[in-house]
Design a binder for this molecule. Sequence first.
Ligand code: GAL
Length: 666
Amino acid sequence: MPQHPRHRWLRWPSEPGRPRLAFGADYNPEQWPREVWREDMRAMKTAGVNIVSLAIFSWARIQPRAAAWDFAWLDEVMDLLHGHGIAADLATATASPPPWLTAAHPEILPVDRDGRTVWPGARQHWRPTSPVFRAHALELVAALAERYGTHPALAAWHVNNELGCHNVYDYSDDAARAFRLWLRRRYGTIGALNHAWATTFWSQTYGDWEQVLPPRRPAPGSYPNPTQQLDFKRFSSDALREHLRAERDLLRQYTPDIPVTTNFLLMGDTRGMHYAEWAAELDFVANDHYVIPGPQGLDELSFSANLVGNLAGGRPWYLMEHSTSAVNWQPVNKAKAPGELARDSLTHVAHGADAVCFFQWRQSAGGAEKYHSAMIPHAGEDSDVFRAVTELGATLRDLAPVAGTPREPARAAILFDWESWWASEQDSHPSDRVRYRREALDWYTAFLNLGIRADVVPAHGAWERYELVVAPILYMVPRPLADRLEAFVDAGGHLVTTYFSGIVDEHEHVWLGGYPGALRDLLGLRIEEFGPLLDDERVALDDGSTGTLWTDRIDVVDPATEVLVRYTTGEQAGRPAVTRRALGPGSAAYVSTRLGPAGLTPLLATLAARAGVPSELPAALRGAVELAVRGAHRFLINRTDRPLDVSALAGPGRVLAPRAVMVVTS
Ligand code: GAL
């Protein structure tokens, strides 16, 4: 098989060299009669749509029975699209197996932790490790690749859809078999597994691989082995990645020149898929993002987009889905306010997206997502949503010169580590209130409040080039990571870490000798006991801030460790709350409680000043505006809900979306 260069962007059917941003949606023509398809083409042209994701949930339509194929409708849609100059990101259609398949092969249905079958009737009811499902899925992929591999509209392949959104954890017998194989590859011998899983505890020692199971429902009030739980999370992410690889490899056999992607769901609390490991599998990274309502909603969008941009290695990525207005899966689904559609879209562009797409093109009249917004809402084209969509299309046309330009790296970074996320929130810990991503987001908000750009980067990526690195709740620190952090500080870098960091190795075994184990010497402190707080407990700090969730009983053990802030109340009153150990020009700081954005903002101002990392915004705009830089374009994103005067930032600026985003080109 030929070698495939990674990170290939869309294959545009026409004028491949012309810079442009992709704009479009999931397009589900199978939900509509044919007459509507022509209306769709006309309206897509009006809106400036140049690409759609097609056939994502079309398996039952393409293959209505085991040996029956119906491509006529898809041929027509592909031709129609091409005739209108619209490219297709064609799905492999494997996301939702049709009823004939699950009826004939109920053994493809996932099984939950309690041994209950996950029944068809919704979607993604398939086991990632089922050989039967895999064979049927690959048959479909091959049929599509054969039929459309040379179609002129084809710009990219879209593997499945949001792999793992609903099926990441499957406890079936297929999963048990695959888990054992995965463990054998990881550990080699059952003895090594017994050591890693600390099976001397609670009489869990295994004599043979066949005895090992997924962490199914344990005795009430008890906990499955923690390393078994953690390995099952690692395995489950890998099992889906295997599925992705299987579809991708087949597509590449048929169409070596067509890029392959799949849409990540890097947003909010979605955590099962280790996207830092998945990103390298794709020709380009694609993500779906939906705004989570609340005071940090926009910050969370920016955080996610920022991390996706870094997973993409600074190269362009594809925003596969977001919403024009309301979603349908929150308890209460609010419409977007005027300006938000453009602001949200352009925030993704500011962080490196070269494609802005929505779920979905035309709002469904029936089915489970009929109350989810779309580019054409129920009200039709005569609607504020469609007008805003059309305006955005024009804006993106104007922004074509941005396409292909890299994000400019910041001087500061936040480390993001899936393994610490998974492990720090496992059960049977000092507190079940620890929230890894929330802590990371709080630091990001603090950076935004100060007008200091910070990249969100995977912990296993190349972060040594940053001057200031914040590693919140870096709970799992295997020796090589500890060595890297030490070398970083030795070389003059400034590290900031927080409570519940440096505690365990890769097997979730505690580093002994006092916390924070792997980082104890680097931070110059020693903790004998954690001091987690009850929900209603607050502790005061002598810088005026308030801590919640956690405290530590810290002893400073190195003369170079300075106490920056002390507790004034609670069990640790008088003891250090925030410390900083200077090491030549570098430093290692520790924050032992949860301060939230309000407390972190002034503290980070101090830490950043001492690290020599300045704000990039004039004082009047700090906090009100987010700055993101791509090549010669500086994006100023309005974080407030009022119009802002950004004239303090001189330059030939253009307000792209009134009240939302300004772009300054230099
Ligand atoms: C995504 C999914 C889409 C649609 C959308 C609604 O998770 O890929 O098919 O369900 O959510 O927000």
